[in-house]
Design a binder for this molecule. Structure first.
Ligand SMILES: NC(=O)C1=CN([C@@H]2O[C@H](COP(=O)(O)OP(=O)(O)OC[C@H]3O[C@@H](n4cnc5c(N)ncnc54)[C@H](OP(=O)(O)O)[C@@H]3O)[C@@H](O)[C@H]2O)C=CC1
Ligand SMILES: CC(C)(CO)C(=O)C(=O)O
Length: 310
């Protein structure tokens, strides 16, 4: 039996399955809690194709959401989409032990607080994934490119459990950037996600270059980044103006790319509208900062949502 920490992935979709595979490769016992893909994963395990090689694996235990846990994991890694209808606290509660470290690998801003409040005695590690990965069939994940994680303890610092997990990911072959300011890093990542992800949905699943190449597209992205920066600064995370061009140039240097929200939209799945955009607009309102471009995109998505569910 491995002396490495035990891992439980809750939400073994693209991200959970991939990072679970990395920890399996590092020698951890990795189990998974599934919902719709339980039968497929129980029967065939998780298949992960990747530029790093074939990372397919059989989780040590496969559970259904609602099962009673046999033992609490050392690390519980939560990778569900952050959606208004998903109660993440209730989802992880049955699996949390006294010593379980809770790890989030999820997009969005202000998504840690409810979990930190619910489990004040468990260390909380917040991670940002820079990766292109998607589910192509039940229990089947395609990792296309990248994979770096930026991670730190929430609300700040890098505690021992965070360092240990970072070392395991590194051992499994993933680049890790540790940060003692993970909330600031969330803002930095949202400079990209908050404009690009929702715009790609309004534009019917457009890729990055289609957005930038449209007449006025770059300027719209610049204006939205600037608004996110103003809110980040009010929250105590000022950034240099040069990050605007860095985000545009960095995106232009990559092949045309459909982000995770565009893929959700195209596959008829709910989108993380509030985690990625709505929360930024709410924080802006709290500070009295005008964010007209972000607000227009948010309201347009709300209207679309109402029409789509009518
Ligand atoms: N994919 C990517 O390239 C990137 C994704 N991210 C972020 O990572 C996070 C995860 O995204 P991703 O992996 O792509 O999403 P997926 O939709 O591929 O996976 C989410 C998983 O959570 C499961 N889930 C939801 N509710 C439950 C439940 N009650 N019990 C058990 N499982 C549940 C889903 O199961 P079911 O099939 O039943 O719905 C699904 O397997 C998101 O916040 C996303 O924004 C960040 C960077 C890149
Ligand atoms: C940054 C990016 C595009 C991939 O890591 C992402 O966060 C997403 O697809 O939502």
């Amino acid at each position: 039996m491995s002396d490495k920490p035990s891992i439980l992935i809750v939400g073994a979709g693209a991200i959970g399955s991939f990072y679970g595979a990395i920890l399996k490769k590092a020698g951890c016992r990795v189990s998974a809690v599934l919902r719709s893909e339980y039968d497929a994963v129980k029967a065939n395990g998780i298949s992960v194709s990747s530029p790093l090689g074939d990372l397919s694996y059989r989780p040590d235990n496969v559970y259904r959401d609602g099962d009673t846990p046999e033992e609490a994991p050392d690390y519980l890694i939560l990778c569900v989409k952050v959606l208004p209808g998903v109660d993440r606290v209730s989802l992880v509660k049955p699996w949390m032990g006294k010593n379980t470290r809770l790890v989030l690998i999820e997009n969005g801003l202000d998504i840690e607080r409810e979990l930190a409040d619910a489990f004040p005695d468990n260390p909380l590690i917040s991670c940002l994934a820079f990766i292109a990965a998607s589910r192509t069939a039940p229990g089947v994940v395609e990792h296309k490119a990248y994979g770096k994680l930026v991670m730190g303890s929430f609300p700040k610092g890098i505690d021992e459990s965070c360092q240990t997990l970072a070392d395991l990911f590194t051992e499994g072959g993933i680049k890790i950037d540790l940060t003692d300011q993970v909330v600031g890093e969330r803002w930095r990542k949202c400079l990209w996600n908050t404009p690009f992800n929702p715009l790609s949905v309004i534009a019917n699943g457009a890729d990055t270059l289609s957005i930038l190449d449209a007449e006025g597209g770059e300027d719209l992205i610049r204006a939205m980044i600037r608004e996110v920066m103003a809110v980040a600064a009010a929250e105590g995370y000022p950034m240099d103006e040069k990050v605007i061009e860095q985000n545009i140039e960095g995106t232009r240097a990559m092949p045309a790319y459909k982000n995770s929200m565009a893929l959700d939209y195209l596959n008829g799945r709910p989108i993380e509208r509030d985690a990625v955009l709505g929360n930024v607009v709410a924080i802006a309102k709290h500070h009295g900062i005008a964010v007209p471009h972000l607000n227009t995109v948010l309201v347009t998505l709300r209207i679309r949502g109402l029409l789509e569910s009518a």
